[in-house]
Design a binder for this molecule. Structure first.
Ligand code: ATP
Length: 258
């Protein structure tokens, strides 16, 4: 299990002479094996932040550290894995899903005959029949593809998993089972989890701590229950009022007193 520490992380996009700061000196830490939820409206910089933490979006400044550099402790080879919103877009349509998971298994350090066995085990671990290995993404449902993407990410044995809107593109009927899967796997494997969503109910379900992102900055951070029941920042209050909640009642906030 590894602590994730992000310090002053900055992401800028340039188009022509125009520069846009998508992530503006963001700092946070997540305890080893803990879960941080990041919420914010569309365009607030959540996906850019996730990409920067995962090392797939170039940063204009700041630092990401994973784990303590204790003597003798070797960091895993692919410390951060990300599962994205679009289950079809994140899988190669021409590749059998078993081969996609095999990529993750190899990234996790296994080779040879062990790979095929591990692929079957991962398919079962995410609730799919091992025979699904020969299917292409186009022949599977969105929920099944998202399970494949989760299996591929976890097979790489990451220290940190970033779940970026992983249920937004799924039918409501399968959203809960995918969230349950992520929660169960985290309990079993102990990875540190960052859950990005515009849906407060999803974040509340998975994350004990919550950070609110607005125009590239973190405007609020605290225990999820505290932030949702007594938001300090006006933007957080407006977010709580604006987002519909799946099942259950919305926690009381200042904005509810009308
Ligand atoms: N590749 C890119 N090139 C230029 N600008 C970008 C790029 N990716 C994102 N942006 C801009 O950076 C800002 C943050 O976008 P980002 O996708 O990180 O936000 P987000 O909170 O994840 O939004 P969404 O929930 O809609 O995905 C937005 O203004 C967006 O237009």
């Amino acid at each position: 299990m590894s602590r994730l520490e992000v310090e002053d992380l900055t992401v800028k996009y340039r188009s022509g002479r125009h520069e846009r700061i998508a992530v503006d000196r963001v700092s946070f830490a997540v305890a080893a094996g803990g879960t941080l939820g990041i919420v914010g409206e569309s365009g607030s910089g959540k996906t850019s932040l996730a990409g920067a933490v995962a090392g797939i979006v170039p940063t204009a400044g700041g630092r990401v550290s994973i784990g303590r550099r204790a003597a003798g402790r070797q960091l895993r080879r692919h410390p951060v894995q990300t599962v994205f919103q679009d289950p079809y877009g994140s899988l190669n349509p021409r590749m059998a899903v078993g081969d996609a998971i095999a990529e993750g298994v190899r990234a996790g350090g296994r080779s040879g005959a062990a790979v095929r066995t591990a692929v079957s085990e991962w398919l079962e671990a995410v609730g799919l029949d091992p025979r699904t290995a020969s299917a292409r993404p186009g022949g599977l449902s969105g929920g099944q593809c998202q399970r494949i993407a989760i299996a591929r990410a976890l097979a790489a044995d990451p220290e940190v998993l970033i779940a970026d809107e992983i249920t937004s593109a799924l039918d409501v009927s399968v959203q809960g089972s995918v969230l349950n899967l992520v929660r169960a796997k985290q309990r079993e494997l102990g990875f540190t989890l960052v859950v990005i969503s515009h849906n407060l109910a999803i974040v509340r379900f998975l994350a004990e701590d919550l950070a609110v992102m607005h125009e590239g900055r973190l405007v609020e951070r605290g225990a999820t229950q505290d932030v949702l029941s007594a938001p300090q920042d006006p933007y957080t209050r407006s977010l709580i009022d604006a987002v519909p909640v799946l099942g259950g009642s919305r926690p009381a906030s200042n904005g509810d007193r009308q």
